[in-house]
Ligand binder design. Structure first.
Ligand code: SAH
Length: 338
């Protein structure tokens, strides 16, 4: 290996080892709404500290560090202004960056901090860090549940649109979105197919928030919202059951319970659609393999290969009929009661 390749390898490794510093600094800047304050006018760390109840000196160090990566820019009299990257941290910006900035600091970082515990025990680092489960935390902490629902929509909205373009949803009949969250899928389906009506099922507080959203958008008469736990029972009477980004939250044993409850609920001739990422083979850089670490530490869950989905489905009495590539990382796995 040449000296320069060796040097590059070390630089890349060091970048990965130290990624937490900038991630945390960005989270602090996001949670203090710095980008929104700077939208008014350029400001010094002193002025920003006044507005955000922070100490000027450490806030300056945080902003100077992230500005060295192009998030905010400092001028020669110490005033910071927004940059194209920091604009994404504003409250009304499109995309998931602000939500990640907030949730990284509130929940995700502490959970990943317990990764060694997870690797030694298989148990979620989240529960170790917070003393209760991820979804319990979302319902117990005011505001966090709604931020998480928004993150799901911001992260996956574009992929859902692509899935709706690629897969023919026109003949799905009555569809139940199981663990539907705020209704990213249900709302996209209702918008695309004016004659469709569907259902959404989730935990009680999530369902209550979804109901508010659907009511505000005048969609409640076309979507029946019910609540409960998919580990207990899933409402029957639908033609198609859909699980998007639900199975990756759980280990195989818990997934089997969810799928068996779907199997019980589904009628002959019904369909199960799973919308998930599929882990690629090979060693190329893969965001799916990195998201997998989040699922592992938050829930003890995992992203799966196609073979792993097939096996899970077969164990619960389903047959994997086909896998449809949406042109985004999100795949549609179609299964039937087998
Ligand atoms: N399908 C949605 C949300 C995915 S996040 C989307 O893709 O946007 C996982 C969802 O599972 C959350 O909405 C969460 O509230 C729900 N969930 C977690 N545990 C559940 C349970 N025991 N019963 C029903 N839903 C549950």
């Amino acid at each position: 290996m040449s000296a320069s390749v060796q040097g590059q390898s070390l630089d890349r490794l060091m970048g990965m080892l130290n990624g937490h510093r900038i991630a945390q600094a960005l989270s602090v800047a996001t949670r203090l709404d710095i980008a929104d304050h700077l939208a008014e006018r350029p400001m010094t760390a002193n002025e920003l500290a006044d507005l955000t109840s922070a100490k000027p000196a450490p806030l300056y160090q945080v902003l100077r560090a992230v500005a060295s990566r192009g998030v905010f820019a400092e001028d020669d009299v110490g005033r910071f202004r927004n940059t194209p990257m920091s604009e994404y941290l504003r409250r009304d910006a499109p995309g998931p960056a602000r939500l990640f900035g907030v949730l990284n600091g509130e929940m995700f970082y502490a959970s990943l901090g317990e990764l060694m515990h997870t690797v030694r025990t298989g148990d979620p680092g989240f529960d170790q860090a917070f003393g209760h489960s991820f979804f319990h935390h979302l319902s117990a902490e005011a505001g966090l549940g709604s931020l998480f629902d928004s993150l799901m929509t911001a992260l996956y909205g574009r992929e859902v649109d692509a899935a709706l373009e690629t897969f023919d949803f026109s003949d799905v009949g009555q569809l139940l979105d199981v663990g539907g969250g705020r209704g990213t899928v249900a709302r996209a389906l209702l918008a695309k197919f004016p004659d469709l009506s569907c259902g959404l099922f989730d935990l009680p507080d999530v369902a209550a928030r979804a109901e508010q959203t659907f009511a505000m958008e005048g969609l409640l008469d076309r979507c029946k919202i019910t609540s409960g736990s998919f580990f207990d029972a899933i409402p029957s009477g639908y033609d198609t059951y859909l699980l998007k980004h639900v199975l990756h939250d759980w280990n195989d044993e818990r997934c089997s319970v969810i799928l068996l409850n779907c199997r019980r609920a589904i009628r002959d001739g019904g369909r199960l659609l799973i919308l998930e990422y599929i882990v690629p083979s090979g060693n190329e850089p893969s965001l799916i393999k990195e998201l997998d670490l989040a699922m592992l530490s938050f829930f003890g869950g995992k992203e799966r290969t196609e073979a792993e989905f097939r096996e899970l489905l077969e164990r619960a009495g389903f047959r994997l009929e086909r896998v449809v590539d949406s042109g985004t990382p999100l795949c549609i796995l179609e299964a039937s009661p087998g």
